[in-house]
Design a protein around this ligand. Structure first.
Ligand SMILES: *Cc1c(COP(=O)(O)O)cnc(C)c1O
Length: 374
């Protein structure tokens, strides 16, 4: 069998039809009608009043951070084990990301460490749901309330997931999604900010578009960027959103299949199928090499690559990023679980277009690789 890619999206619904509509009507820019429709449908699907579509998930975080006025010296508490988009959105505004470690079982941020990291400069908590299970949202919200902090929710990987039955993307002051091709629904590149606060939504709209004022146009009182989202992206997004339930079911089925097929192998930990808040939706299917295995994730994915299985390592911790270390930040900080996840975690092919035949082949080649190194 040929190379099995780490991710391939499913685009066989109404994507082509809606894209053709864009071409036929000439509406391809961010002014096209699908953008508003997609914003309305996606925000409604998570119970939010307003949606502001932007060029990608990172842009959504940047817009959200600026909209909540995070600025010079403001501290934002977040997991160190996450994508750099979270930290970068804060440092770009002159703010300072402050970290907590991760939970060994769920791979999510340790919410019990948040309070000890609060100082007089703390302005917000950024909760990031990772790999398929939600963060302990109630604890984040109650700490935020007690200390008068704002709450960002990064739900980039959580399309269709819930926390205690309520949709991810509905918590805190502002939530964001990404539509990168490895997310449960994709628009190629794309993202969205969702909120219930009308003034905040209006500000995000302005930040998305260079802070243009309605009147007079071309006169600016604030600086932002061009983060606009096109009608072509929205066309794909609408078609994808129609199938979200089906996609979530498929991902869960894939997760269950891998877990069953891999349950007897030694030397690795698998994602937990559910916790007390939700059933895993397996954004991607992650695997953690146990301490007993000497090789790290980079060596592992290289070996799997040689066998024709496309894999990726987990995120690299924020406190260990060269770009921050060379500014003298986080020098003596350690987060043992997060550091282990970054060195021992990787994920195997888990895109929506993956067939059962491919999955069974992934399992076979993975087992073979592990036998070789054990
Ligand atoms: C993918 C992702 C992002 C960034 O989204 P892009 O669209 O790739 O910019 C942000 N946060 C998390 C947790 C992600 O997984």
């Amino acid at each position: 069998m040929d190379f099995i890619p780490v991710n391939e999206p499913l685009l066989n619904g109404n994507e082509k039809k809606y894209l053709c509509e864009c071409i036929d009507t000439g509406w391809i820019s961010s002014e096209g009608p699908f953008v508003k429709e997609f914003e309305e449908k996606l925000s409604a699907s998570v119970g939010r009043k307003y949606g502001i579509a932007v060029s990608n998930g990172t842009a959504a975080l940047e817009v959200a951070v600026q909209a909540l006025n995070i600025s010079e010296g403001d501290e934002v508490i977040m997991p160190t084990f996450t994508i750099i988009s979270c930290a970068m959105a804060v440092t770009k505004r002159g703010g300072i990301p402050v970290f907590v470690d991760s939970d060994r079982d769920t791979w999510n941020m340790r919410t019990d460490q948040i309070e000890s990291r609060i100082t007089s400069k703390t302005k917000a908590i950024m909760m990031v749901h990772l790999y398929g299970l939600p963060v302990n949202v109630d604890e984040v919200l109650s700490i935020a309330k007690k200390h008068h902090l704002k709450v960002f929710e990064d739900a980039a990987e959580m399309h269709g997931q819930t926390y205690k039955g309520k949709p991810c993307g509905s918590f805190g002051d502002i939530s964001i999604f990404s539509f990168y091709p490895n997310k449960h629904i994709t628009t190629g590149e794309g993202g969205m900010v969702v909120t219930d606060d009308e003034a905040l939504a209006e500000r995000c709209r302005s930040l998305r578009n260079l802070c243009f004022q309605r009147n007079p146009r071309y006169v600016h009182e604030e600086i932002s960027d061009n983060y606009r989202f096109t009608n072509l992206q929205a066309a794909v997004g609408l078609a994808q959103l129609e199938r979200l339930d089906e996609f979530v079911q498929k991902k869960r089925k894939m997760g269950r299949y891998y877990t069953e097929m891999l349950s007897d192998i030694k030397g690795v930990s698998l994602p937990i199928p559910k916790d007390s808040y939700a059933e895993n939706i397996y954004w991607v299917y992650g695997i953690l090499l146990d301490d007993s295995i000497e090789i790290d994730n980079r060596t592992m994915i290289k070996k799997l690559g040689e066998k024709g299985v496309g894999c990726r390592t987990f995120f690299w911790c924020m406190h260990e990023q060269p770009v921050y270390r060379e500014q003298g930040m986080y020098e003596n900080e350690h987060y043992p679980v997060a550091e282990t996840l970054a060195r021992k975690g990787f994920y195997i092919p888990s895109g929506l277009a993956l067939t059962e035949e491919q999955m069974s082949e992934v399992v076979r080649r993975l087992k073979e690789t592990l036998t070789e190194i054990l």
